[in-house]
Design a protein around this ligand. Structure first.
Ligand SMILES: [Zn+2]
Ligand SMILES: [Zn+2]
Length: 655
């Protein structure tokens, strides 16, 4: 643990002091001009005011919005699949990057969930202590997140002593107010090794959808939360035996007391919420809220700060959601501003966005707001819970728990992270489940990202490089088609921005690609390869306008595709960082005479013969130990074998 924490300290992220790159007052006024008039800033005389001076009018600078980007905490229990990235940190990253470019005050926090039974289940399987598993996969998540270009302000973990201390503080505050109380409950008890079974150690058939291997806490198939005894035919995951009900003492959160305040909150100002999230939340409230246990019989997790509870731990759902608040506190603590977090949590104008998968809606739209209301009614509640549906692999949900899915770490070894981000957004399950398909992945990369965007900028760059002395040619007289192209930049920029404001990321990226498509049409219509033979000056103007579109694309695409935007920015001759540009600077012109640095095309083609799974990949081959053999009751030549495949028992029939 020490090594882990030290690692964290050395990689600690930007401190508050040098985080915000404040735009100059002049820049702010220019932004205001654009917002007010919607005009494109062009360097040509026709756009200048009568006095010839390009001075902005005196306007109040626009107010910076305060945006807290909260990303669901992945369990540090195994590798993550692409579906997880697509419902949590990729959309969060796009949204945060966009708001940083708008110069809003952005803080993006999250980390690895080190506790809970997913970690202990894996530790039991491998025969190692849980912290070994948690630290291993926390390090993997951190690496994958960096490889994907996802930029948290703080990627933390719930094993940190500060998180523990602040969680215990909130626990005791809720207890002092009477929102947390003690009661006796009945829990499944395994008679084989004489212990209480945490929910994930019990499996059975889901009473709602009939899924045969639903867990004791939640059905992975239909998303319903479950009680272990609701399962049909519950079994101990380790021993395969039927657990018995036994009484045990625990703390409960008085969720029922928050039914009315939550219903009031759920009915107000939710027009911007996704329909499926609202439906889910309101149906929960209609059915009525029940108090829930917040401690359990387990030795891995945060200690309960009450004598007599030494063998129990705080339930992971209760402490992990607090991580958004504790991570904000931690980020300011590292910047030597111990009270700075209050700016984000007590400002009614601050907007908190939660990026989660649909199985997490109830925790973020019901439980967490109730905890916040119970702790301090002045704390900010979620502004939006932008939950996604599932990205499926061959029609089944990608699940880390079931070992199914396209592992992020494998994909990152084989593909450009921008190709993964592009496909992730293009198939993003914002409103309904979608599928990951290898053919579709290759096709969308090759026919959209590469053929439309990559191809357009490569054509413009190579043509200018070859015919105009490796530099941006000058623009002279603009005809109607040139002006139309320049107007299209602003129109598409507007559409992308509007969609991003409402977290419609798929549509936002479509509009960005549309700008490249219009660029290709303009290029084809102007046919510079013909024009150069007749009118070199007019041809230079076409290339200037095309490179200007390329420049705008580098900025507009930066939140979605950070790596290729940097490459394009450099190819256009800039030494600065495209990610340090403001969103409004997408409308500026490219400087005449700037030397180009034309290199390889932005994207490479995906060849399916490299990526297609081999026939052996279709099977999950395992060596099993035969634990028991019985004669088949209905067939003389068959036997029923009980086999152990490493912590899990299956029955098979053999001849
Ligand atoms: Zn179910
Ligand atoms: Zn057992």
């Amino acid at each position: 643990m020490r090594a882990l924490l030290q690692h964290h300290r050395t990689t600690s992220h930007r401190s508050p002091a040098h985080r915000a790159i404040r735009p100059s007052p002049i820049r702010q006024n220019l932004q205001a001009v654009i917002i007010r008039t919607g005009s494109v800033r062009t360097p040509w005389a026709e756009d200048l005011p009568a006095n010839g001076l390009n001075e902005p009018p005196f306007l109040d600078p626009p107010r910076m919005a305060k945006i807290l980007v909260c990303v669901a905490w992945p369990y540090a229990s195994g590798p993550r699949h692409l579906g997880h990235a697509v419902s949590t940190f990729i959309p969060a990253d796009i949204f945060a990057r966009y708001h940083r470019m708008k110069r809003d005050e952005v803080l993006m926090v999250g980390g690895s969930d080190m506790h809970g039974t997913p970690v202990t289940v894996r530790a039991d399987e491998e025969g190692v202590p849980p912290n070994v598993i948690a630290e291993r996969y926390h390090a993997l998540h951190e690496r994958n997140i960096e490889q994907l270009g996802v930029r948290y302000d703080l990627y933390w973990n719930t094993a940190d002593p500060h998180h523990k201390a602040w969680v215990q503080e909130i626990f005791l505050a809720l207890k002092a107010k009477g929102h947390v109380y003690e009661a006796v409950m009945v829990s499944p008890f395994c008679t084989t090794d004489q212990r209480f079974l945490p929910d994930r150690y019990v499996e059975g058939t889901c009473p709602h959808c009939g899924f045969p291997r639903a867990r004791g806490d939640q059905c992975e198939n239909c998303g319903n939360l479950l009680d272990p005894f609701e399962l049909k035919d519950p079994k101990c995951k380790i021993h395969g035996t039927t657990p018995i009900p036994k009484e045990t003492r625990h703390f409960f959160f008085r969720l029922s007391a928050f039914e009315k305040p939550l219903a009031k909150w759920a009915a107000k100002d939710k027009e911007h919420w996704r329909h499926h999230v609202l439906t889910f939340m309101r149906s929960w409230l209609r059915e009525g809220l029940k108090d829930r246990p917040i401690t359990r019989d387990l030795d891995w997790g945060i200690e309960v700060p009450v004598p007599g509870y030494e063998t129990k731990r705080i339930y992971v759902w209760f402490e992990a959601v607090m991580g958004y608040l504790t991570a904000t506190r931690e980020w300011y603590r590292r910047g030597n501003q111990p009270d700075g977090w209050k700016d984000f949590w007590y400002d009614p104008e601050a907007r908190h966005y939660y990026f989660v998968g649909k199985d997490n809606i109830v925790f973020h739209a019901i439980f967490w707001p109730a905890i916040l209301l119970g702790s301090d009614a002045k704390l900010d509640l979620p502004y939006d819970v932008t939950a996604t549906q599932y990205l499926n692999f061959s029609g089944e949900k990608m699940s880390a728990g079931r070992g199914k899915g396209v592992w992020l770490s494998d994909l990152l070894e084989r593909f450009d992270p921008d190709q993964l981000r592009y496909y992730g957004v293009a198939t993003m399950p914002e409103t309904k489940d979608t599928d990951f398909e290898w053919e579709d992945f290759a096709q969308r990369n090759n026919s959209e990202l590469l053929a439309v965007y990559g191809n357009f900028v490569h054509r413009a760059l190579t043509f200018a490089d070859k015919n105009f002395d490796h530099a941006v040619p000058a623009a002279y007289f603009l005809d109607a088609a040139d002006k139309k192209m320049i107007r299209a930049i602003e129109q598409q920029w507007n559409k992308v921005g509007q969609n991003l404001e409402y977290v419609h990321l798929k549509d936002a990226m479509k509009e960005a690609i549309q700008l490249a498509r219009l660029g290709n049409q303009y290029f084809d219509q102007k046919a510079p390869w013909e024009l150069i033979k007749k009118d070199r000056v007019a041809c230079g103007t076409v290339l200037h306008v095309a490179l200007r579109v390329g420049r705008s694309l580098a900025i507009i695409m930066a939140p979605f595709l950070p790596f290729s935007s940097s490459r394009l920015w450099r190819a256009l001759g800039y030494d600065t960082d495209v990610h340090a540009q403001t969103w409004d600077e997408a409308l500026e012109d490219v400087p005449t005479g700037q030397a180009l640095r034309v290199g390889k095309p932005l994207f490479t083609k995906i060849d399916l013969s490299d990526t297609k799974e081999t026939p052996a990949d279709r099977f999950d081959l395992r060596v099993a130990q035969i634990a028991d053999v019985q004669e088949h009751p209905n067939a003389d030549n068959l036997y029923i074998l009980e086999v152990d495949i490493g912590g899990e028992r299956r029955q098979i029939v053999a001849g």
